[in-house]
Ligand binder design. Structure first.
Ligand code: SAJ
Length: 443
């Protein structure tokens, strides 16, 4: 039986009559829905949370933190009638193309957790129009499109992929604070079930993406996204490994990095107090899950373990400073500066600070947390520091970079500081009378 073709979708894209569904209106789906509507197509957004659908229809962004231009673009598209949100999958029956951007976390034992993805496929299938194209934008483990998404859609539609409907994978490359800019500017790998599907997808994404659109197959698209983030995790882990060696050897990893990077073809990243966020801690595990079960991916697993160990490492530096002062951890107050996972961001997902706080409290310390961006921790820095026996800097927020070491020393009950991001010049800390440790620097 000759199945449906992509001709109808192509024709509707050309005359701007295509209807696009977006499943999952989070930090990927919402800006994507706005950009597609802004490109002149009608968009139906579906989210499992009624309050999200209601907020979107009211023109109110559901994304925390500052996202330049997002709420204005959302309001414009909603008032123009090009974008509306619902919790009902039935509204996707008119969609010629459906994007899936639901969460794809990993479980505590580092396995892909596809509940949301499977639910989306199961609920979409019964209403999916004949010949529609379904594109997964969520990051998935290599092999997922073939072994999870396609079978789930074939079961729920009762049709065969490649004739009754088509599948694609176009992983997102967003970063909090730059959602719209990244979606418009960055290149995208466009994985199609067939070259014809990939070509149709590039025509669709070309409506709003100004970066390169690189057509390829489904597996390559899955590998590119998980590899690019595993690459970053391994490189951060290398910097942290050098930091641990330098501390023990009595060296300065920061000076070493500066000189190493003068060597052609070197680009050593920054040691630090840990690796947080929604991408880097998770995506390497999605790649690991595609490795052979018996051998795994030891390099990627070791990198994850090393990076996950940095928060407790810097907490331990604080405990050692306290011990050298003869302060019992059980009676010590430690001020943790920074709770977001990234400087000048309010995003605290997978925050390394949470692990550092747990390590300090586990040793008996009383911990105070400050962060200028994270709700609940935005108190006055001076009062958070006063009465503290030690400060542990976890995030290189600008507010902290601008502090004078003398001001820190004057506000702390005891002049002890651990600098987890080398925000300060160690010599300036010493001159201000602080006893201090910096990650990556030996005594
Ligand atoms: N970090 C270090 N040392 C470094 C760089 C980062 O310790 O040299 C830490 C950060 O403090 C943070 C974590 O790693 O806790 C992640 O930082 P990140 O700069 O990688 O920021 P993310 O998590 O927002 O990464 C995103 C990713 N983009 C996408 O997944 C689409 C990543 O691939 C990008 O490289 C990164 O943004 C970017 O720099 O654009």
């Amino acid at each position: 039986m000759s199945g449906a073709t992509l001709d109808r979708l192509d024709a509707r894209l050309r005359d701007n009559t295509a209807v696009v569904g977006v499943i999952g209106l989070g930090y990927v789906g919402l800006p994507v829905a706005c950009l597609i509507a802004d490109s002149g197509l009608r968009v139906v957004g579906v989210d499992v949370k009624p309050e999200v659908a209601a907020q979107v229809n009211a023109g109110t962004s559901t994304i925390r933190g500052r996202e330049p231009g997002l709420e204005a673009l959302l309001r414009e598209q909603v008032s123009a009638g090009r974008l509306r949100a619902t919790t009902s999958y039935a509204d996707l029956a008119s969609a010629d193309l459906v994007l899936i951007s639901v969460e794809t976390p990993v479980s505590d034992d580092h396995q892909p957790a596809y509940d949301a993805l499977r639910r989306a496929c199961e609920q979409l299938g019964p209403v999916l129009a004949e010949g529609a194209l379904v594109v997964v934008e969520s990051t998935v483990s290599p092999g997922t499109m073939e072994r999870v998404v396609t079978p789930a859609l074939e079961r729920s539609t009762g049709r065969v992929a490649g004739s009754g409907f088509f599948v694609g994978h176009c992983p997102e490359r967003v970063m909090p604070g730059r959602l719209l800019r990244n979606l418009r500017e960055l290149s995208r790998v466009v994985g199609g079930q067939t070259p014809a599907v990939a070509a149709c997808m590039t025509r669709f994404y070309g409506r709003y993406v100004r970066g390169d659109l690189d057509p390829t197959d489904l597996l390559t698209a899955e590998l590119v996204k998980t590899v690019e983030n595993a690459y970053r995790d391994v490189n951060i882990a290398f910097a942290n490994q050098v930091a641990l060696i330098a501390e023990h050897a009595g060296g300065d990893a920061w000076k070493v990095r500066e000189l190493v990077n003068k060597s052609p073809g070197r680009n050593m990243l920054l040691p630090g107090a840990g690796v947080g966020g929604h991408c880097i801690p998770k995506d390497p595990w999605l790649l690991v899950s595609a490795a052979p079960d018996d051998v795994g991916a030891p390099l990627l697993q070791a990198a994850r373990s090393l990076n996950e160990g940095m928060p407790s490492h810097v907490a331990d530096l604080a405990l050692r400073l306290l011990a050298e002062e003869g302060i019992d951890p059980g009676s010590a107050v430690v001020a943790v500066l920074g709770y977001a996972y990234l400087e000048d961001s309010d995003d605290s997902r997978h925050s390394p600070s949470a692990a550092a706080v747990a390590a300090l409290e586990g040793a008996g310390c009383h911990v105070r947390i400050h962060d200028p961006y994270v709700a609940g921790h935005q108190g006055d820095l001076g009062s958070v520091l006063s009465g503290a026996d030690c400060a542990l800097l976890m995030v290189a927020h600008s507010q902290y970079r601008d502090l004078a070491p003398e001001w820190l020393a004057a506000h702390l009950r005891r002049p002890l500081l651990v600098d987890g991001r080398r925000v300060f010049e160690p010599e300036a800390l010493t001159a201000a009378g602080l006893r201090h440790r910096t990650v990556g620097r030996g005594r």
